[in-house]
Design a binder for this molecule. Sequence first.
Ligand SMILES: Cc1ncc(COP(=O)(O)O)c(C=O)c1O
Length: 272
Amino acid sequence: MPEMPGVTHIPYAYCYRCPYKMEYPSCDVYCAKIIEEQYLDHVIPPEEVAAVFLEPIQGEGGYIVPPKQWHKEIRKITEKYGILEVADEIQSGFGRTGKWWAIEQFDVVPDVMCMAKGIASGMPMSACVFNEKYDIKQPGAHATTFAGNLVTTAAALATIKMFEDEKVLANATKQGAYLLKRENEMKEKYECIGDVRGIGLMTAVEIVKDKKSKAIDMDTRNKIVMGCMKKGLLTLFCGVSSIRVIPALTVNQAQIDTACEIIESELKAVSK
Ligand SMILES: Cc1ncc(COP(=O)(O)O)c(C=O)c1O
């Protein structure tokens, strides 16, 4: 991927396919420590770094759940050098993992959070939230044309109320654990599932040619996704070879069973 000027990309903690060919935990999160040891030391001096942006759990990149130690280590580095840490919670936030924010799953408090998607249950809205100490307290400093839209703000408030009234977070935790259990059972049975990962209702299965080689298998992944769609189950691609399974946060166990039966019928079809 071409670098955006002024932005340095650093590989994510994708333990199933470690970019440094190491293994967790013996790697001691080398992929986080390298930020200080290599990048800040040789590539870009800390005083020139405005912020570190990260997704608490990677979304489009493959639903990658990093070790808690990775997040802790990065927070240690950003705090040490006074670099802002920005958590992109657009996909992982608003209850998706069973907590309001995915970064909470790692016991880290960032300086800034970006949120959107689930925030207003589908109405177009986003928010950027930051620690008060970073506020520029000048009238107009945060003005934008579409800020403060009354209709979408009402939808966001209704979403928050529903989360509280219907115990949506607890449901995401409970049903997410059940979904992951079902996906792991399928992993045991089918050679083409290399990895199952997720927290709460943010889950994915990674499709491979076989478990030993871990070779990516986009064609099979695509066949499964399209096959599920024909049977009325919408899943989504992510990463190079993974399938997102991310039901509504109000999903119940019977609906998860139905979804898993459809996925399993497609796994059987591609395994013949
Ligand atoms: C993690 C993450 N950040 C940012 C975006 C972009 O969000 P938006 O479409 O609201 O601009 C997306 C969209 O998929 C996303 O998943």
